[in-house]
Design a binder for this molecule. Structure first.
Ligand SMILES: O=C(O)c1ccccc1NCC(=O)[C@H](O)[C@H](O)COP(=O)(O)O
Length: 266
């Protein structure tokens, strides 16, 4: 069984437990009362700035274990906003990443930016839940689902006025993401089946994504040079987790990454 399959098994079990505590109808009612979603597509597509940084609140990971004792996700997200992040990503998966919907709530209350609920979306319940907790963007991993399920989840996301980051790792997955109508397409340089990082994957796949889509480079950023490389290869936005949560000054790091990209991008 791959790492991704194992994570998804856990996600499905946790989902069953949450669903038995809060019925879909209740989550839908909460989502319908939530303030209108922020436009993550526009935030990532803005032409008046350099590379857009999606800054992640990430406590731990299957590849690295504990990354940072994040005492206050709200303060970390506020630092990302001050540093010029375009979007804040909040990992809500509990078992392997130590995240929660409480982290999402805390971040929603502290920033005005669009928020990505970063989780392993396999069911419409999670999309209603994301909306109910104030998320504007969700993650759909092409490797995790067949086309008809991806299509239905993407349609619901757009119906709710939200956007999806449609994540790929191979040329076939990019083709599927484009055919399904993905507007924000991510290339994850971390292979979720083996956890290996191969930064060259981004340059190979970015050229397959048609104009009009927002192209996001995901994972594996260590420093400015990595951001610059992704931008030179066509990234409009770069999603960064570990390098920010481990840094003693995440605000300054986001600022530096944003500027590093801008010299090349616009
Ligand atoms: O981070 C992991 O080890 C991981 C393992 C299996 C599935 C997903 C995983 N990460 C999710 C992400 O997409 C990253 O958190 C995100 O792209 C940021 O990556 P990084 O900057 O390398 O922390």
């Amino acid at each position: 069984m791959s790492v991704l399959d194992d994570i998804i098994d856990g996600v499905r079990e946790d989902l069953t437990a949450r669903r038995s505590r809060v019925a879909l109808e209740e989550v839908r009612a909460l989502a319908e009362q939530a303030p209108a979603p922020r436009d993550a597509f526009a935030a990532l597509n803005a032409s008046n700035s350099g590379v857009r940084i999606i800054a992640e609140v990430k406590r731990k990971s299957p590849s690295k274990g504990s990354l940072s004792e994040i005492q206050d996700p709200a303060e970390l997200a506020a630092a990302y906003e001050r540093g010029g992040a375009a979007v804040v990503s909040v990992l809500t998966e509990e078992r392997r990443f130590g995240g929660s919907l409480a982290d999402l709530d805390a971040v929603r209350a502290s920033v005005n930016l669009p928020i990505l609920r970063k989780d392993f979306t396999v069911d419409e319940y999670q999309i209603w839940e994301a909306r109910a907790h104030g998320a504007d963007l969700i993650l759909l991993i092409v490797a995790a689902l067949p086309d008809e399920e991806l299509r239905a989840l993407l349609a619901l996301t757009h119906e709710l006025g939200m956007n999806a980051l449609v994540e790929t790792h191979t040329p076939e997955e990019v083709e599927r993401a484009v055919a399904l109508g993905g507007r924000i397409i991510g290339v994850n340089v971390r292979n979720l089946k083996t956890l290996d990082i191969d930064r060259s994957v981004f340059g190979t796949l970015a050229g397959l994504i048609p104009a009009g889509a927002v192209v996001v480079a995901e994972s594996g950023v260590r420093d400015i040079a990595d951001v610059e490389q992704f931008v030179a290869e066509g990234a409009h936005a770069v999603l960064v987790g570990e390098a920010l949560v481990r840094h003693e000054n995440p605000e300054a790091t986001v600022r530096t990454f944003t500027r590093a990209g801008s010299a090349l991008h616009n």
